[in-house]
Design a protein around this ligand. Structure first.
Ligand SMILES: [Zn+2]
Length: 482
């Protein structure tokens, strides 16, 4: 047990020195995830999984509030089903894993390990939908998917990951579009409220849209190193999948029509976003709403502390837990300084210290992880005070992240300035664009920056495209992205 505070700190690469290294150090040292024997696949450890569960539960509540229900579809999809929607199969082909053998025999038809479930769900909807009375269908599933990746990074990009995929079917195009937008806004609100991560909503360009969709919308967040991260997508599928999978219904006017579909997803990536937006050189900084422990109580271990201080600490733990606060008590025989460093590394929003002197004063010392401020708080009315502080931390983290994004979002008026800015990691650049894919590709080749999305209801800006001098048709948010 010869660990000490210094060892903790030196094991995390400073963010400013190497952000990518810092991220991996935090993931490993805070025991969020580990590498597995399968290349590109990660093991989510209990502390990382607890963060995911809180994110998952928050989204699940919101989906249900808006009338969605959960179901579960198989992991395997017959190859022929995936091949039905041409654009879809082309988009996913490079990333698909197949099962060729089962039960010791070669399968007659290869099975795809789902990269997404439009094909299997569309097949089922074709059976379930007959009349307009069967619509809308508002189903979500929580599942794992597999997309073979060459370069992986825990939570951000792994061959297998956890997600939710919503799949809905509607009578009209307008209803499908309304659903697509409803979910986009739900994603934005939930990510901002729960994870304190500000996001930009917008529409994806043709080259970045989901394979087989009519239109894709996304929320995009800015990480602490100035790179953008796509944090959720909502797709209006039009009638593409309905036509490929023959999902028809008898309409109110008795005509036979294809349904209008949507699909939408968010993933374990959001754990990565939470780490990269809020973390610092001491490790994780967790927003209280997704923190497995919102408070850690550290008794100051002196003399006969197990008889004097510990009972008081246990009383406090019970009182906070009874008030619905997620709290843990660290009664290990380690030096307080060592414990402080460990819980800072794990990002616990509030640390509550209690020793003989605090008990004399009938108070505790509370340290905030986000600002490192310390204050003595009376034991009387402690749960309400802690609840108030947690709300303050949550709010402060969001405001800090928003300020960071605003400081790292700029407009430029020439391609020279654009290229110069993108030489580093400036964050977002908002610039006018002509809407032509070849121009977008040229910008990517020149600068590695991609169009993250384009503002909703964006009016065409006056003037010309940032690169090609053709008339601009839209503004776009550009960034280098994960
Ligand atoms: Zn252009």
């Amino acid at each position: 047990m010869a660990k000490n505070t210094q060892a903790f700190v030196t094991e995390i690469t400073p963010r400013s020195e190497d952000f990518s290294r810092w991220y991996l150090d935090v993931v490993r040292r805070a025991e969020l995830a580990d590498y597995s024997p399968v290349k590109g696949c990660m093991v989510i450890r209990p502390y990382g999984y607890a963060i995911w569960e809180l994110i998952q539960q928050a989204f699940d509540r919101e989906f249900k509030k808006t009338g969605h229900v959960n179901a579960y579809f198989p992991l395997f999809i017959p190859e022929s089903l995936l091949n039905k929607e041409a654009e879809h199969v082309e988009g996913f082909a490079p990333q698909v894993a197949y099962v060729t053998h089962g039960g010791g025999e070669e399968l007659e038809e290869k099975l795809v390990v789902r990269p997404t479930s439009e094909a299997i769900i569309g097949t089922m909807y074709a059976k379930w939908v007959q009349s307009w009375r069967d619509l809308p269908i508002l189903i979500n599933q929580w599942a794992n998917v597999v997309r073979w990746e060459k370069v992986t990074r825990p939570f951000l990009r792994t061959t297998e990951f956890l997600w939710q995929e919503g799949h809905t079917a509607h009578e009209t195009e307008a209803e499908a579009e309304a659903e697509t937008m409803k979910i986009l806004h739900l994603y934005k609100d939930t990510v901002e409220t729960e994870m304190a991560v500000p996001v930009v909503e917008g529409r994806k360009s043709e080259s970045e849209k989901f394979a087989g969709a009519l239109r894709t919308y996304s929320i995009e967040a800015l990480m602490g190193d100035g790179r953008a991260l796509q944090a959720g997508t909502s797709h209006n599928l039009g009638q593409n999948f309905a036509k490929a999978f023959d999902i028809t219904f008898q309409a109110r006017d008795k005509s036979v029509q294809h349904v209008w579909g949507t699909s939408w997803g968010m993933t374990t990536r959001l754990v990565g976003a939470t780490i990269m937006v809020h973390g610092d050189d001491s490790g994780l900084v967790l927003p209280p709403r997704v923190a497995p422990y919102q408070v850690v109580i550290v008794p100051i271990a002196r003399d006969n502390w197990r008889e004097t201080v510990l009972p008081k600490a246990q009383d406090i733990q019970r009182a906070l837990a009874a008030a619905g606060i997620r709290v843990t008590l660290d009664e290990r025989d380690e030096r307080p300084g060592w414990k402080f460093a460990e819980w800072e590394l794990r990002g616990v929003p509030l640390r509550l210290e209690i020793g003989p002197k605090d008990i004399e004063k009938s108070a505790v010392l509370i340290a905030r992880r986000d600002t490192r401020e310390k204050q003595s708080v009376p034991m009387d009315g402690l749960p309400a005070r802690v609840r108030g502080l947690l709300d303050e931390v949550q709010r402060n983290l969001f405001e800090r992240a928003l300020q960071f994004r605003e400081e790292h979002t700029q407009r430029v008026d020439s391609y020279g300035a654009f290229r110069q800015a993108m030489d580093g990691r400036p964050g977002f650049i908002i610039a006018p664009w002509c809407g032509v894919a070849a121009c977008e590709t040229a910008i990517k080749n020149d600068t590695q920056a991609t169009i993250r999305n384009m503002p909703l209801n964006g009016v065409a800006p006056s003037g010309t495209c940032i690169r090609c001098d053709a008339p601009a048709t839209t503004e776009a948010w550009f960034a280098k992205a994960y």
